[in-house]
Ligand binder design. Structure first.
Ligand code: 13P
Length: 253
């Protein structure tokens, strides 16, 4: 069975003390992660070390960075390298979030470079894709997302792409309280899986976890996660509230 994942994306929120408290609150509440399930916390970079030492020995719980740079090391002031992440034991990194694409001009080809350096260094990208509202309204979302996948991922070998987690996040549903319907999520997730199948075959396509992101909360997680091709969620706002995120973990199938 594919991995089912509840991933928290704290974005640029919380102080160190608030972050520690939130992790403590979440860990103290009953949640049952089965063998095929994971909870991942995408934490602001300054707190990765704190989160890593708190979560290191917890089964099925992992820390992720929210970004990294495409170069191994050097004069890139302010950037975070994969070696830095590896030295902390961080195994996942969120790449290509729409906020990075929009505010920091991250292109599909730049993201391909980041994907490469992560995989070369045994860090699994949680690769985000998803269309803006005008593309959804024009009903060209499949072409748009297909292009994102093609230009950032389809140069990878089969063994490499199996290490990627994909997060489909329609931009019009992020932070808006307006979720895609579970049918819209399923439709796009099935399209993404089919698109991967055309390049890599059914076995690889069926092995890749595809998460939905965009206003996931405790109240809608069970319904969204119940869809055949939805393997969990990448959660912003609701991941900052312990009870909400624990309920989302418990909604995994
Ligand atoms: P919200 O859950 O706040 O809509 O954010 C989704 C998201 O961007 C997760 O990466």
């Amino acid at each position: 069975m594919r991995k089912q994942i509840a991933a928290a994306n704290w974005k640029m929120n919380l102080t160190l003390q608030q972050g520690e408290q939130l992790l403590d609150d979440i860990l103290s509440k009953p949640h049952s992660l089965k063998d095929n399930q994971e909870a991942i916390f995408a934490i602001p970079a300054p707190y990765l070390s704190m989160a890593q030492s708190k979560l290191r020995n917890k089964e099925h719980v992992f820390v992720a960075a929210q970004n990294c740079y495409s170069k191994k090391s050097g004069a890139y002031t302010g950037e975070i390298s994969v070696d830095m992440l590896s030295s902390l034991g961080v195994q996942y990194v969120v790449l290509g979030h729409s906020e990075r694409r929009e505010y920091f001009n991250e292109s599909n080809s730049f993201l391909a470079d980041k994907v490469n350096i992560c995989l070369e260094n045994n860090i699994s990208p949680i690769f985000c894709c998803g269309e803006p509202l005008d593309i959804r309204e024009a009903n060209t979302q499949n072409e748009y997302v297909g292009k994102q996948l093609k230009e950032s991922l389809y140069h990878l070998t089969e063994a490499q792409i199996r290490k990627i987690v994909i997060a489909y996040e329609p931009i019009w549903a992020i932070g808006t309280g307006k979720t895609a319907t579970s049918e819209q999520a399923q439709e796009m997730h099935a399209f993404i899986r089919k698109n991967i199948e055309l390049v890599y075959g059914a076995s690889t396509a069926n092995s890749i976890s595809i998460l939905y992101g965009g206003s996931v909360k405790a109240a809608n997680a069970v319904e969204i996660f119940s869809q055949t091709d939805v393997d969990g969620g990448l959660v912003g706002g609701a991941s900052l509230i312990a009870d909400e995120f624990v309920a989302i973990i418990n909604a995994l199938k």
